[in-house]
Design a protein around this ligand. Structure first.
Ligand code: PMP
Length: 370
């Protein structure tokens, strides 16, 4: 078997060594950040230092950061707060948005996977008045960057608030919550090389604090539950490194272009005409099934996904590709390569070699059965 190659950063990024160290360090002491004694004070300091670092990632004052268990919680917190109001969500949102607002109306996207602004305006013009709109900053499957500033400008006209799942944007593009006009923004630590099970809800300027869990009054009563001091501390370290490495990430478009230029003839690359983050490529190979390819690639030591990994580990047809109007054939042969802080050209070369070997094998089998 060839060397292991990990190209599934959008599912979860490998933890950065500095983060693992920060987490291990924080775990060595009994830190309850609410305790008065020295261990409590140390825990509080770790949490507040991390808050400042995570705040910097989206340019928000630290007091507007609420730590939680991840973006699924953050998204549920916001959407459930507005459940009595009319909600619009883009058709390509993550299931943690779509499932948290089952009665929401969907905003269609273009064939390139970009939210359709004129369809959004039509929905906003209709009665009853919309309370909340949820549009992600970067799509996890295609990497397409959504026109959030245009969305927020439109929402201002109609008095609706904006929730933005920025999980796949952090560390990939600069984010300024105020400049983008976002009221509620959600982040997840494990997508930027931090630990799993920790994230943040960041509040914009609307003055509303949606709350899901009540109890011990942590996070200034916005999110009860003993703070995950070690996880938060690791998240802070990951945020600091993500900011530092943003220019390096953005240069990965060269690797993505290299990859896409060497894919088999007839491959369809999704969202290739839209603004995209540098290290994500979603493509459909001619006459192949994602399921077969993913398993064959895994046997070659290559970890990628079909773009819509779901919790059970089964392979589902992508609702994102469906919303983009892709054919069933394209949707069932889609593969996603996603890169991050430790990706090198050799990983892309290794992937391409393994893919070529597998595609040749498929061709040979087909020829034998012809
Ligand atoms: N939103 C997006 C766009 C995601 O990619 C993910 C992770 N797959 C989530 C939300 C959920 O994040 P978490 O794992 O922190 O719950």
């Amino acid at each position: 078997m060839s060397k292991h190659i990990y190209l599934d950063y959008n599912a979860t990024a490998p933890i950065r060594p500095e983060v693992a160290e920060a987490v291990a360090h924080a775990m060595k002491q009994p830190h309850n950040a609410s305790s008065v004694h020295r261990y409590g004070q140390e825990g509080r300091k770790l949490v507040e230092d991390a808050r400042t670092k995570v705040a910097t990632l989206v340019n928000v004052p630290p007091a507007q950061v609420i730590f939680n268990s991840g973006a699924t919680e953050g998204n549920n917190t916001v959407l459930q707060h507005f459940k009595e109001e009319r909600i619009l969500v883009s058709a390509i949102e993550h299931p943690s948005v779509l499932e948290a607002a089952p009665n929401a109306e969907q905003i269609p996207v273009t064939k390139d996977g970009i939210v359709d602004l004129s369809a959004l305006e039509k929905l906003l013009q209709a009665e009853p008045k919309t309370g909340l709109v949820s549009v992600m900053l970067v799509n996890n499957e295609t990497g397409a960057t959504q026109p959030i500033r245009d969305v927020s400008n439109l929402l201002k006209k109609y008095g609706a608030l904006l929730h933005c799942d920025a999980v796949q944007a952090a560390g990939k593009i600069p984010i300024d919550i105020t400049e983008l006009g976002i009221d509620f923004l959600t982040l997840s630590s494990h997508k930027i090389g931090g630990p799993q099970g920790v994230g943040a809800l960041m509040l914009g300027l609307c003055g509303i604090t949606p709350t899901l869990l009540s109890g011990g009054g942590q996070e200034k009563t916005a999110r009860a539950g003993t703070e995950n001091v070690a996880g938060i501390s690791g998240f802070g370290m990951a945020a600091e490194l993500a900011i530092k490495d943003l220019p390096a990430y953005q240069k990965m478009d060269a690797l993505r272009d290299l990859l896409e230029s060497k894919l088999p003839k007839g491959t369809v690359i999704h969202s290739s005409d839209s603004p995209r983050v540098a290290g994500t490529s979603l493509f459909s190979l001619p006459d192949a099934s994602s399921e077969t390819l993913l398993m064959a690639l895994d046997l070659e030591g290559i970890a990628i996904s079909n773009g819509s990994a779901c919790s059970s580990g089964t392979i589902k047809t992508s609702h994102v590709l469906q919303a983009m109007g892709a054919s069933d054939k394209e949707a069932s042969s889609a593969l996603r390569v996603s890169m991050g802080w430790d990706t090198k050209e050799a990983d892309i070369d290794g992937f391409l070699k393994a893919l070529e070997k597998i595609m040749n094998r498929i061709e040979e089998k087909k020829a034998a059965h012809a």
